[in-house]
Design a protein around this ligand. Structure first.
Ligand code: CA
Ligand code: CA
Ligand code: CA
Length: 161
């Protein structure tokens, strides 16, 4: 254990030099400047939002293509759909990353499945990485129970977002 801690400190010091800490908590994966937890259980979208906060993280916000490529590859391995923090629950068709309150602008990175979001059944206000269409983004009913991804900034960065 002591050896592991020593190793971890060494890795942290080295990785700090590259602004990329490698010591995410157990059960979390590192990519870029964040740690990610892929849930084993399923929750509705609000439940996922709350659960991630309880884990001292937040429901994932996908900021760029690199982060998206990493997440979609991991989701593909798990063969399930996973909630992300994007929602248009406050105003239809206005998509907002609900932790940072950043709107998804037309210039922002996105990876919607072609033809989505479609607000199917006038009941789709939460976004997920969707297993049934090439692991791209779909708007989906918020009350459905699916898996979810939590994100946590690592120690070497300020704020997730
Ligand atoms: Ca992010
Ligand atoms: Ca909608
Ligand atoms: Ca949809």
């Amino acid at each position: 254990m002591a050896a592991y801690i020593k190793w971890c400190i060494r890795v942290f010091i080295i990785s700090s030099l590259f602004a990329n800490a490698l010591c995410c908590p157990s059960g979390w994966m590192t990519h870029g400047s964040s740690c990610y937890h892929f849930s084993h259980d399923t929750e509705d979208w609000i439940g996922a939002l709350q659960f991630c906060r309880e884990l001292k993280g937040q429901l994932v916000e996908i900021n760029d293509a690199s982060e998206n490529t990493f997440l979609e590859a991991e989701v593909k391995l798990r063969k399930n759909s996973f909630w992300i923090a994007l929602s248009d629950v406050e105003e239809e068709s206005t998509w907002i990353w609900m932790n940072s309150r950043q709107p998804l602008r037309s210039s922002s990175f996105n990876d919607w499945i072609p033809g989505q979001p479609d607000n199917y059944g006038a009941d789709e206000n939460c976004a997920c990485i969707y297993s049934q269409a090439n692991y791209q983004w779909n708007d989906y009913p918020c009350h459905e129970n699916i898996h979810y991804i939590c994100e946590m900034a690592d120690d070497s960065t300020e704020v997730v977002g």
